[in-house]
Design a binder for this molecule. Structure first.
Ligand code: ATP
Length: 687
């Protein structure tokens, strides 16, 4: 039995565990506040304490808006605030449901839009498209506009969506976005504009919204004075976490909610801004103070509680070479003997072997696998390591692989529910109809066209003649969607009903049906946490759970396993021992990011984020050769690598240096330096 804690004393100082700066941030009044929270400086604790403090001071928790980067962060923050507030108010345990308005920008946006839908010309039953659905709709529009068969290769549907999304999120016109971010698509400006126009009309016709719409409509609402005033009155305090990774649209929303900054707290670390590829801009956090008159108060949290001194010294030195940032230097009083290790290896195969051996050696020495992580710039970099770990039976879990909702069987079931929720959603309808035997794209299209004119499209299904070859399956389908539309059993029983209908189709279509069925059972579990079909569909689309059962190497949660993760997915986490793969130019900075100075700076911050995940041990591995897959005219091949430009010679004294296997020969430094110059020059010729 867990030990029973004594009831908290009301006279105890609830902020006793905080340091002076954290305390200053927590106790700050209601003028605008920027908390620059260095890596590992206790940002989560500080923000949670601030919210609890506001509640203690009498703020109404219903009127506190807490915006976070991920749903996981929102859940963690809410849980901590509920515990802290309960302690402070003398209640036992926690106060669940205390903060109804904590969530990501997108999730909160979805809720506000649904509430105000009728005022802004939306049908409140709108459904959400994820990126793949959005790209499919973009493709359909392109096809309908007759742009499918161009002589020269037109941008893919994913690229079209990326261009559209950047225009929306960066609040930038197409003729600025194309030359800067998609120069190879510049010649298609005219057709792209036409497609985007058609795409917007199609979404409106079908009553669907994509991710970007959630922010875009919200921002547009803030531009309407009476709506802006109503929304602004609704919240006394607006707190935003990870502000360094917000985009222009999110900044506009925040400013629209609180134009004078009263009640606004933003927390973040400009040195950890790593989402520019999604149109986030580090300018939001750099410029925040000057948006207000007088400027926002800045509190810097500079004490790092995570890493030992040598690890922090190396990370600080890497970020110190970045030209523009809010001035702060992290310090720690955690001593540590070991400098981070810069380990040379011959190639990626040796890199994998070295890491596997060191992971095991660490485990022998008492460090569980769960306390160790291997981080990399791009998902594909871990391939050889995954093979090596599997070969040696070392369990691992990879973050950044196939996502649960991207699995076709999960998408099928969700498409069915979405179709019932919003029968005008053509992308959902198109997918569901083709699950029936004998129905292909042409018959599906005919059915959708038959339904479209009716005010009750699901009702109209019964009048549509049974498509030839669909037989009895058609009647079953019509009966099911009619029943679900009338919502006879409520939520989550609807999902069970849908699953029963889907299972025979699953068996028919997939040989590995039993494994896929397990995912659908899991989906049923997830569904129980939501109050309604609408909320379930919206929130699942916004923040999907991680893994499917067909992902290799996913162990049970109570087992010991190594974490393999992209640096992006490692945001906010920490491990005792961290390995970084491929510390070479072309991997970090990645070839994709080496175009402009801004992109290079983002790559430098990525390295900083990766290094600051380590508590005690940090190893940066530098393969002498690595394999590139078709990124250039020469196709797949091995190339000689040079150490990442973010680790110039002046930084080397901060690292221990090694070569593995010890007996093999290390390349001579002079030769390494020569390769560095020439390879970079060769690449530069073509930029
Ligand atoms: N005042 C404090 N005293 C002791 N430990 C603290 C204090 N504040 C935070 N910590 C500890 O510091 C560690 C880092 O905190 P947290 O994860 O909140 O950092 P963070 O600022 O979110 O970091 P990052 O931005 O790098 O992800 C945690 O283990 C936390 O418990």
């Amino acid at each position: 039995m867990p030990p029973r804690l004594p009831p908290p004393l009301l006279s105890e100082d609830p902020l006793a565990g905080l340091n002076a700066e954290q305390r200053r941030a927590v106790e700050h009044g209601s003028s605008p506040l920027l908390v620059i929270a260095g890596a590992g400086s206790g940002k989560t604790a500080t923000l949670a304490h601030r919210v609890a403090h506001l509640v203690r001071q009498g703020a109404d928790p219903m009127r506190i808006l807490l915006l976070t980067f991920s749903r996981r962060a929102a859940a963690e923050m809410t849980c901590r605030v509920e515990g802290l507030a309960a302690t402070a108010l003398g209640a036992r345990g926690s106060l669940p449901g205390l903060l109804p308005w904590a969530g990501t920008f997108h999730a909160v946006g979805a809720r506000l839009l649904r509430e105000h839908a009728l005022q802004i010309g939306l049908d409140p039953a709108f459904t959400l498209h994820d990126r793949e659905d959005s790209a499919d709709l973009m493709n359909l529009v392109r096809h309908e506009l007759g742009l499918s068969r161009t002589e020269k290769r037109f941008p893919t549907k994913a690229t079209c969506l990326a261009i559209y999304s950047r225009c929306v999120n960066a609040e930038a016109p197409l003729d600025v976005v194309l030359p800067t971010h998609f120069p190879w698509c510049a010649e298609w400006a005219g057709p792209l504009k036409e497609i985007f126009g058609g795409y917007v009309e199609a979404k409106q016709r079908e009553n669907t919204l994509d991710y970007d719409d959630l922010l875009l409509y919200w921002a547009q609402m803030m531009a309407e004075p009476h709506l802006a005033a109503a929304l602004s009155r609704r919240f006394d305090h607006v707190l935003v976490d990870e502000y360094q990774d917000t985009n222009r649209l999110q900044a506009s929303i925040l400013l629209g909610l609180k134009p004078d900054g009263r009640g606004v707290t933003v927390v973040g670390d400009d040195a950890q801004s790593i989402y520019a590829f999604r149109a986030a801009t580090v300018r939001n956090i750099l410029d925040f103070p000057t948006l207000f008159d007088p400027p926002a108060t800045i509190v810097a949290l500079e004490r790092n509680y995570r890493s030992t001194q040598p690890v922090l010294a190396a990370a600080n030195a890497v970020i110190a070479l970045s030209p523009e940032r809010h001035a702060k230097t992290l310090w720690t009083d955690r001593p540590g003997e070991a400098k981070p290790m810069l380990m040379g290896v011959r190639d990626e195969a040796d890199q994998a072997r070295y890491i596997a051996e060191t992971l095991l050696a660490n485990r022998e020495a008492g460090m569980r696998l769960k306390q160790q992580a291997v981080l990399f710039r791009t998902g594909s970099h871990s391939g050889p390591l995954e093979i090596e770990l599997t070969r040696r039976n070392i369990p691992f879990k990879k973050f950044g692989g196939l996502k649960f909702l991207e699995a076709s069987h999960v998408k099928d079931l969700l498409a069915l529910l979405r179709f019932v929720e919003n029968p005008r959603d053509r992308i959902a309808g198109f997918r569901v109809l083709q699950l029936l035997p004998g129905i292909g794209p042409a018959s599906a299209q005919r059915v959708l066209e038959g339904m479209a004119p009716s005010a009750d499209p699901i009702g109209a299904l019964s009048d549509i003649p049974t498509p030839p070859r669909a037989g009895g399956a058609w009647q079953d389908f019509v009966a099911l969607v009619t029943a679900l539309r009338r919502n006879p059993t409520g939520w989550p029983q609807d999902l069970e009903l849908a699953r029963h209908w889907y299972e025979p189709h699953l068996e028919r279509m997939h040989e590995d049906a039993s494994m896929r069925r397990a995912d659908l059972v899991q989906l049923g579990q997830v569904a129980q946490g939501y109050p309604s079909r609408g909320r379930f569909l919206a929130e699942l689309t916004l923040d999907p759970p991680d893994a499917t059962s067909d992902q290799s190497g996913v162990p049970l949660l109570d087992e010991d396993y190594v974490t393999l993760s992209t640096i992006h997915s490692a945001k906010g986490q920490e491990w005792r021992s961290v390995f970084l793969l491929n510390l070479v130019d072309g991997c970090i900075p990645s070839d994709l990011g080496t175009g402009e100075a801004e992109a290079i700076e983002e790559e430098r911050r990525l390295l900083y984020v990766a290094m600051t995940r380590a508590k005690e041990e940090l190893q940066l591995v530098v393969p002498q050769r690595f394999f590139t897959a078709g990124q250039n005219a020469l196709g797949d091949r091995h190339v000689y690598a040079s150490r990442s430009r973010f680790l110039p010679p002046a930084l080397l004294p901060l690292f221990e240096r090694g070569w593995w296997p010890a007996a093999s020969e290390e390349p001579r430094p002079a030769a390494e330096a020569l390769r560095l110059d020439l390879t970079a020059k060769m690449r530069a010729m073509w930029r």
